[in-house]
Design a binder for this molecule. Structure first.
Ligand code: NAD
Length: 369
């Protein structure tokens, strides 16, 4: 079986999710190369050491650059704060590695473009962590829309709302660093913008209002001193799609009570589809004239669900979506189809985020370049 050496940078929320996905991919997907967990790197030494022990990485270190010179590493996985993605990805590409980078790809479209161009010049396989669209039911939704089951599309209503920044006492962190790009519009908005594009194709224009609701936060955990917040807490976007219809998106990281409200409603002349990640194993379908929505439950009829479990209704989870993403990435490196989202798609998403920020500043509709 083909083996692919992995170098992982970062051991936080996403670092762990990547390690789980790589570890499970070949066991779930027949024909998928085996990911060999070679080296994990984190500036936090105990965290790097603990992750190496827990997942069986062959070694750990605190200097991510040392991964680049290691010929046993074919893939570099970047799970650090956004502001670091550009430097790390460019260095990994220059060292001849394939690169998985978490979303948003970069703080702005200019950096994302540089990363995309470097990757395409080098011919390396890239993947960006838009894991939620790996849900088999999202693939089904896209197929239903493409097959005309909703008729002519009239509207897209999307949301990604969580509440991890709702408390004004939640301290300043890398997510609030303007050098890393937008606030909620980038952190959460990137997922729902990517999902809108996945389902319905390119957007042509945006009119956004970005709002910073909590103007200052403790500068560190437990600190009395407060620091100004310069990024948005809530972003409200009006959208025009290239296909001619309109829509809207809310990205909100202070929606009290919401832990993972990533979802959409797509309406058309013959029906509509409703999805929320809060109930990721179901898709609601309304056919015009019917009494109400029909619930489609995830099962082996929706590949690759059946590779995880032979029984319908037993449900996939968050880490399963990451496993699908990692398996597709590893298989693409092995010559399989490149299913993305790759750096080019992440650049397209970043352009929309940049345009939303500019539109909010200028208080007008703006075309997406
Ligand atoms: P986190 O704060 O939990 O983890 C970041 C890790 O990077 C920490 O372990 C930190 O010590 C490490 N780090 C910082 N600087 C480093 C350096 N110079 N070298 C090596 N390691 C360094 O953050 P997170 O929530 O895992 O987010 C990381 C990235 O993943 C962000 O880009 C974020 O937007 C993205 N993310 C994606 C999803 C998703 O669903 N795909 C979910 C959450 C976060």
């Amino acid at each position: 079986m083909r083996e692919i050496g992995i170098g992982l940078i970062g051991t936080g929320f996403m670092g762990k999710t990547h390690a789980i996905g790589y570890s499970a991919a070949a066991a779930i997907f027949p024909g998928c190369p085996r990911a060999v967990l070679r080296v994990v790197s984190d500036i936090n030494q105990p965290a790097a050491q603990a992750m190496a022990r827990q997942f069986g990485f062959q070694s750990w270190n605190t200097d991510w650059r040392s991964l680049l010179a290691d010929p046993s590493i074919e893939v570099v996985s970047i799970t650090t704060p956004n502001v670091m993605h550009h430097e790390m990805a460019l260095a990994a590409i220059a060292a001849g590695k394939h690169v998985h980078c978490e979303k948003p790809l970069a703080p702005n479209a200019a950096q994302a473009r540089e990363m995309m161009e470097a990757a395409e010049r080098a011919g390396c396989v890239t993947q960006v962590g838009f894991n939620y669209i790996k849900n088999p039911l999202l693939k089904l939704a896209r197929e239903m829309i493409a097959a005309g089951e909703l008729g002519e599309i009239t509207n897209f209503r999307g949301i990604h709302a969580e509440d991890y920044m709702a408390d004004p006492q939640t301290p300043y962190s890398w997510r609030l660093d303007p050098a890393g790009g937008g606030g909620a519009v980038a952190d959460l908005g990137s997922h729902i913008i990517g999902m809108a594009r996945f389902l319905l194709g390119p957007l042509s224009a945006v009119n956004a209002e970005l709002e910073t609701v909590i103007k200052t936060r403790p500068e560190a955990p437990g600190a009395n001193a407060r620091r100004d917040v310069l990024v948005d807490d809530i972003a409200r976007l009006g959208l025009r799609f290239a296909a001619g219809f309109g829509g809207s998106i809310e990205a909100n990281w202070m929606a009290s009570g919401r832990k993972m409200q990533l979802g959409f409603e797509v309406s058309g002349s013959k029906g509509s589809l409703v999805f929320t990640q809060e109930r990721l194993n179901e898709l609601l379908h309304y056919r015009a004239g019917a009494a109400g929505f029909v619930r489609i439950e995830s099962g082996p009829a929706h590949p690759p669900y059946g590779l995880f479990c032979v029984a319908p209704g037993h449900q996939l989870g968050f880490n399963d979506l990451k496993t699908i993403e990692m398996a597709e990435f590893l298989m693409a490196i092995d010559g399989g189809p490149r299913q993305g989202p790759d750096f080019r798609e992440a650049w397209e998403i970043q352009k929309i985020i940049d345009t939303a920020i500019a539109s909010s500043r200028e208080k007008r509709w703006m075309e997406i370049d």
